[in-house]
Design a protein around this ligand. Structure first.
Ligand SMILES: [Zn+2]
Length: 424
């Protein structure tokens, strides 16, 4: 039976650079004779996504023309939509030239080989330009000329880009490893081909995804259930790549989701899975990236709530929803983003409504509402504070409390305006 799912992004099917079997063995052998280039964690995640088709239609790291087009207008040189630069930085002093075949290595493991087709310099000004295009938002820390006063110290995405080396290299890759993910997350780490097969098997056509990097609290549960009501099913998709210090490790979060599904969902309508990327801290643009790679996983509705992928106070609370209205559309399905946002207003528990509600449904005042946020939950848990009623489900909170009790060092969680509910 033909699949009813949305086509992968870029009109070329799933583009997977991962080699296996004898082909992989032969390439690993060849890689031994190549220049070994150490890569970042971020690049490792990008490579795995290129390997499994999560970044279709990308076949490698971006050229200067792609980088420029993506920063400027969300489009690669051929007009295909893409929201954030996927680039690979190296030191000029490494002496990599066009035409070279190089091995990309992380912690002693060869993750990929790459045929270098282009090398372009990245000056401080280029990096600054990229940051302004990609990271500068409409929140209070971005406007009024404050961005460059605060971002170099406080914006992890900006810090990452400004610390990049002085040259980017582009070219097609052959991916040789999926890292620790298949072994560490069996049944949770799924490739786009695997999620598509699962959706097809269940006869799903309209699939929503819930992006997660924090444990699920009641708002997340509510968002997922809104999606279940109007779509065929929901993919609860957690980041299992690197987070920042103080975040809850992926295995703890994944287990917490399992506990929630077990007790509070109809299992047939939900799939719990993870993806191997690091956070890029790109705020609204990251929301677009979430939708772009979800399309490859077979998802056509991306849940975007309040402060999606927020970074401190750099972005407006609904900027990640609004940006979907500003991206270019060519009218060509092979080039445009087909995964659409499912925009949900600020949600909370309301004692007057006697249930979950949003600013669109609840007429009561702030005092009746329990403001839910992942940051707030982590802060309370890390301080051993009492968790307010209706913040999360008891079964889930017990599991999280167990994790915090096992920590030997206390983690400090910084609160931002968005998480405190002051701006409601
Ligand atoms: Zn209410």
């Amino acid at each position: 039976m033909a699949s009813k799912l949305v086509a992968p992004h870029g009109g070329k099917g799933l583009v997977c650079a991962l080699l296996s079997g004898a082909e992989r063995d032969a390439e690993l052998e060849k890689a031994k004779g190549m220049k070994q280039v150490e890569i970042s964690d971020r690049a490792k995640g990008d490579l795995i996504m290129m390997g499994i088709g999560g970044f279709s239609p990308l076949t490698g790291f971006m050229t200067k023309a792609d980088w420029k087009g993506v920063c400027e207008n969300f489009q690669m040189a051929d007009g295909t939509f893409w929201p954030v630069p996927i680039t690979l930085d190296v030191d000029k002093s490494e002496g990599i030239s066009v035409g070279d075949d190089i091995a990309l290595v992380k912690d002693g493991e060869v993750f990929a080989t790459m045929n270098v087709t282009e090398a372009f310099e990245m000056t401080e000004d280029d990096k600054k330009w990229e940051c302004e295009k990609v990271f500068m938002g409409e929140g209070e820390e971005s406007v009024d000329g404050n961005f460059w006063k605060i971002a170099p110290d406080d914006h992890p995405g900006v810090i990452m880009v400004m610390n990049q080396k002085d040259m980017n290299i582009a070219g097609p890759v052959k991916v040789l490893s999926e890292g620790e993910y298949p072994a560490e997350y069996p049944g949770v780490y799924l490739t786009p081909a695997q999620t598509r097969a699962m959706f097809d098997e269940r006869g799903w056509a309209n699939v929503a995804a819930l992006q997660l990097r924090n444990p699920m609290h009641r708002s997340h549960e509510y968002l997922a259930k809104i999606a279940v009501e109007v779509c065929d099913g929901v993919l609860i998709h957690s980041l299992i790549g690197n987070l920042k210090p103080g975040d809850i490790p992926a295995p703890v979060r994944v287990k917490a989701i399992d506990i929630l599904i077990e007790n509070y969902f109809v299992k047939e309508n939900v799939i719990n899975s993870g993806y191997p990327l690091d956070m890029r801290y790109a705020g609204p643009r990251e929301g677009l990236l979430h939708a772009t790679f979800r399309q490859n996983y077979g998802v056509n509705n991306m849940l975007i709530g309040r402060d999606h992928a927020g970074v401190g106070d750099f972005y407006g609370l609904f900027e990640a929803q609004e940006i979907f209205d500003r991206i270019p559309e060519t009218g060509d399905d092979a080039k445009d983003l087909l995964c659409k946002p499912m925009k949900i207003d600020w949600t909370f528990y309301c004692s007057e409504c006697d249930g979950m509600a949003s600013l669109r449904t609840c007429p009561h005042d702030k005092e009746s509402r329990v403001i839910l946020s992942g940051t707030k939950l982590r802060k309370a848990l890390s301080e051993g504070a009492e968790i307010v009623d209706h913040f999360g489900r008891d079964e889930v909170l017990d599991h999280l409390k167990e994790y915090y009790a096992s920590l030997t060092e206390k983690v400090e969680v910084k609160m931002q305006n968005a998480a405190s509910g002051d701006s409601m």
